[in-house]
Design a binder for this molecule. Structure first.
Ligand code: THU
Length: 127
């Protein structure tokens, strides 16, 4: 799949973000080895620590549908160019990377940036 289409779906998902405390909407869209796509957005809570990031929301939707190998993830915030995943999400993404690797896609202006997950999380934890 064209990574621009994946990014468009991340942009679409960011519009449903629930972020009344940070006012920082994020959308994500994951692409699995089977060619399926799952969107996620961040959703916050009055108890701030319960916030779920967009990337983890999207991964959860993939997993509940039986999809556990993710080859690409687009992430978008209207508030930030090149919105890279937080540290916690990098570890969660690492858990579900495809055997062929995982591309992390961000947007700067009109340009997509593509980074392998290993570049964002070298030596990720494996049990
Ligand atoms: N956020 C994400 O959704 N993904 C990230 O990787 C970074 C942070 C959200 C969490 C919170 O709702 C808001 O952005 C500000 O931290």
């Amino acid at each position: 799949m064209d990574y621009r289409i994946l990014m468009d779906k991340a942009i679409e998902a960011s519009k449903n973000a629930y972020c009344p405390y940070s006012h920082f909407p994020v959308g994500a869209c994951v692409l699995t080895d089977n060619g399926k796509v799952y969107q996620g957005c961040n959703f916050e809570n009055s108890s701030f620590g319960l916030t779920i990031c967009a990337e983890r929301n999207a991964i959860g939707s993939a997993v509940v549908d039986g999809e556990k190998k993710v080859k690409a993830v687009a992430i978008y915030s209207p508030n930030m160019e090149d919105c890279y995943p937080c540290g916690a999400c990098r570890q969660v993404l690492h858990e579900f990377k495809s055997d062929s690797g995982m591309d992390i896609i961000t947007l700067r202006g009109d340009e997509l940036s593509v980074s392998p997950i290993e570049e964002l999380l070298p030596k990720g934890f494996n049990l």
